[in-house]
Design a protein around this ligand. Structure first.
Ligand code: G4P
Ligand code: NA
Ligand code: NA
Length: 189
């Protein structure tokens, strides 16, 4: 995780005690090499878990999801933040409230793409209070699929989402854990 660590140390910007900006390689410009490294790492950590589908939510999760799916040699499914209007597709729907953005969104996946025979790895760029993750896990549950685990690029451990979800028995692998952003600085675990 050499490259990812370097990028975070050199290019991330502490915006407040809650928010870390990583626009220069993850959230606005996407660095393909970093994404490939991330995908390989997730694949390695979950190898042998018989995952057959990677699941994320648009938009920022897609890049990470794609390289992970490539490394595992499985498809990537991304939840949409708008109900697909194409055809009258039957969808699973879940509600997410974002504390970070102070807004709610519904996320959707078509029922035909998530089924009871799936063994799913969820990936996302950030884990904060875990609302997005809970929404994605809820889609998996609705489909009767099996949630194998979760891969997160940057976990802000001080916001509690990871703790909550681990206590409920979900395996979460975070590549970078940040314990605080106090004093405008990154404090890694
Ligand atoms: P929350 O429950 O505390 O709101 O956090 P959640 O994990 O649900 O994240 C909400 C959105 O905010 C997500 O993006 C997430 O990636 C982003 N986010 C949370 N904390 C940070 C942070 O410290 N830095 C950055 N850069 N992003 C953060 P989203 O709504 O899914 O939007 P998109 O970017 O994927 O389109
Ligand atoms: Na995200
Ligand atoms: Na984001």
């Amino acid at each position: 995780m050499q490259l990812l660590l370097e990028k975070i140390k050199n290019e991330s910007i502490v915006v407040s005690e809650q928010i870390l900006r990583v626009d220069s390689f993850l959230n606005h410009i996407i660095d393909p090499e970093v994404m490939v490294e991330i995908g390989r790492e997730f694949a390695q950590r979950f190898r042998g878990a018989q995952i057959n589908k990677v699941l994320t939510v648009e938009a920022s999760g897609i890049a990470v999801g794609l390289t992970t799916a490539m490394a595992l040699d499985v498809p990537l499914l991304f939840a949409k933040k708008r109900k697909p209007t194409t055809l009258d597709q039957q969808c699973y729907q879940s509600h997410i409230y974002s504390f970070t953005k102070n807004e709610s969104v519904d996320i959707f996946v078509a029922k035909e793409y998530l089924t009871a025979s799936d063994r799913v790895l969820i990936v996302d760029d950030f884990l904060a209070r875990g609302e997005a993750l809970k929404g994605l896990a809820n889609l998996v549950e609705q489909a009767g699929a099996h949630l194998v685990g979760v891969g997160i690029v940057i976990e802000k451990a001080f916001q509690g989402g990871g703790k909550l979800l681990r206590e409920s028995g979900v395996r979460i692998e975070s590549l970078i854990k940040v314990n605080s952003l106090e004093g405008g600085k990154l404090h890694f675990e």
